[in-house]
Design a protein around this ligand. Structure first.
Ligand SMILES: C[S@@+](CC[C@H](N)C(=O)[O-])C[C@H]1O[C@@H](n2cnc3c(N)ncnc32)[C@H](O)[C@@H]1O
Length: 226
């Protein structure tokens, strides 16, 4: 096996060893490699900055994200950056019914995988920076919560602004944007993004450990977007 393959297999073994990814055990495996983890890692190897993480979120991180959403009351939740579905699964497991969830994923292979894995769920292929236009054909112009695992910190500020403006155009002043990050600092500093944010959870059982942030925006700061 080439050196790259050996390294990848080694990383995969390490993730498994810490129970990072424990939900797909029964799924078909080739050479002992979890296909979901292999797909994710393959996408990361091709374009690390577009994916932003080496492996899917652990179930502990996924649950911490979902705890920030009132799944019983939410009219509609939008998930940004579905990946291989760690957070999607946790949202559904927490009781969010599929018709109240829309998932957005930009990468073609990950999008296809989500569609196969969650039949009946609305999984859109597109860029979160075009969120309002992406949702328009579905007749969606508002959301109760947005749960995002987008790699905000590896994006230029202009793109982050666009995603945040689009998100709050849908959320209004009552909805929350829930976002995890591996950094200690806020991925959306208040002085730059006109949001108020707080750390809602710290999750050590994830590689790397993560912080879950929850952001709101006052109505005066909500921009009109096309
Ligand atoms: C860190 S991964 C998280 C995946 C998954 N939610 C999880 O927690 O395991 C980020 C995901 O966001 C997707 N993504 C990155 N930029 C995006 C964008 N502008 N619009 C939509 N999806 C994007 C990536 O393709 C990747 O699947």
């Amino acid at each position: 096996m080439p050196l790259g393959g050996t390294i990848v297999n080694g990383i995969i073994r390490d993730f498994k060893a810490i129970g990072h990814h424990g939900t797909r055990e029964a799924h078909g495996r080739a050479n002992g490699i979890d296909p979901e983890l292999a797909l994710f890692l393959g996408c990361w190897l091709k374009a690390p900055h577009r994916i932003g993480a080496l492996a899917p979120s652990s179930r502990y991180l996924a649950r911490a994200m979902v705890r920030q959403v009132d799944v019983r009351q939410a009219r509609l939740v939008i998930e940004l950056g579905g990946g291989t579905g760690s957070i999607t699964r946790a949202l559904l497991a927490a009781g969010l019914t599929p018709e109240r969830l829309v998932v957005v994923e930009r990468e073609e292979r990950l999008h296809r995988r989500l569609v196969e894995q969650f039949p009946g769920l609305r999984v859109l292929r597109g860029d979160a920076a075009q969120l309002v236009a992406l949702l328009r054909p579905l007749g969606i112009s508002s959301a109760s919560a947005i749960v995002s695992s987008l790699p905000l910190l590896s994006m230029p500020k202009r793109l982050r602004h666009r995603i945040v403006d689009q998100s709050f155009a849908l959320l209004g002043e009552r909805g929350s944007l829930v976002q995890f990050t591996y950094g200690i600092a806020s991925p959306l500093p208040a002085r730059d993004f006109a949001v108020s944010g707080r750390v809602a959870a710290r999750v050590w059982r994830n590689l790397p450990p993560a912080f879950v942030w929850r952001f709101e925006r006052a109505s005066g700061a909500i921009a009109k977007v096309a």
